[in-house]
Design a protein around this ligand. Structure first.
Ligand code: 5GP
Length: 202
């Protein structure tokens, strides 16, 4: 059976990383890619677990050596997915999840075609703002900018195959798990549609 590359995108604050981790714990033969980034490490993050944190010259050298299957600039920092790691995992019989932004998703789709895209929505715009504010890492200017970036990310939802709403964490984990399981079995997953109040704004 051919392995599948799942591409998961979401606006910052939609809970994508925690959701994907919970899904990967539940399913066999599913691994999540650890991206390389030039973004500074945040408190609580571990190098080699959350990201491979590298400096700009190292990132540029990796781009020049064609070591990334895709890369993009997000919020002023560079992010890239290791080509070798993804290919190794697929060859080893694992399905792979890439947690990347809409630009990376477009590049992966253009290169490989056969990917499955999952887009995760927050329950509402207000809830997204509250979640971004709760992170409290940023000043209000940055939160405003993050909100704009989040809206921009969400405007690309139509480019994805399946939509999931993170209104309740466990339910969203169930939805993503069910989607991946259905795709693996060649079935069409059931979907809960995102709130129309949110879609209307996009
Ligand atoms: P954060 O810095 O908050 O962890 O992530 C910022 C954004 O970068 C998120 O939208 C995340 O999905 C995206 N991102 C993380 N790794 C990659 C990657 O390897 N490639 C691309 N294109 N985007 C990434």
């Amino acid at each position: 059976m051919a392995q599948t590359l799942f591409v998961v995108s979401a606006p910052s604050g939609a809970g994508k990383t925690s959701l994907v981790r919970a899904v990967v714990r539940r399913l066999n033969s599913l691994t999540v890619s650890i991206s390389h980034t030039t973004r500074p490490q945040r408190t609580g993050e571990t190098d080699g677990v959350d990201y491979h944190f590298i400096d700009i010259p190292t990132f540029e050298k990796m781009v020049a050596d064609d070591l990334f299957i895709e890369c993009a600039t997000v919020f002023d920092h560079s992010y890239g997915t290791s080509r070798q790691w993804v290919e190794q995992q697929l060859r080893a019989g694992n399905d792979v999840v890439l947690e990347i932004d809409w630009q990376g998703a477009q590049r992966i789709r253009a290169q490989l075609g056969a990917t499955v895209g999952i887009f995760i929505f927050p329950p509402s715009i207000n809830e997204l703002r509250v979640r971004l504010e709760k992170r409290a890492r940023e000043d209000s200017d940055t939160i405003t900018r993050r909100m704009e970036e989040a809206m921009n990310e969400m405007r690309h939802y139509r480019e994805y195959d399946y939509l999931v709403v993170n209104d309740d964490f466990e339910r969203a984990v169930d939805d993503i798990t069910a989607t991946i399981t259905a795709v693996r079995r060649g079935k069409k997953p059931a979907q809960r549609p995102p709130p129309t109040s949110l879609l209307r704004l996009l």
